[in-house]
Design a binder for this molecule. Structure first.
Ligand code: ZN
Length: 84
């Protein structure tokens, strides 16, 4: 069975499912018995999920060309509104 140090050193491998199944079983058993490592892995999962959500909330990259198009469109809309 892996030690607490093994758990912390290979958490990303475990979470990314890049760990062979026989190692995953040992890892999983350790997490069932060790509250400290369980807490560590849970916090890491929460951090990863929070970062994922934050990245989803960032605006998409907009090129200079797209900004010019949007600006031109807004100016046309404003000019059209002024004429009405
Ligand atoms: Zn542990």
């Amino acid at each position: 069975m892996p030690s607490c140090k093994d758990i912390t050193n290979h958490t990303s491998e475990y979470l990314d499912r890049h760990m062979p199944w026989h190692k995953r079983i040992g890892y999983w058993l350790h997490l069932l018995m060790c509250v400290h490592c369980k807490r560590y892995v849970d916090q890491l999962k929460l951090t990863i999920s929070t970062i994922g959500r934050t990245q989803d909330a960032t605006p998409p990259d907009v090129s200079d060309e797209q900004i010019k198009d949007i600006s031109k469109c807004l100016q046309e809309q404003m000019a059209k509104t002024d004429r009405e």
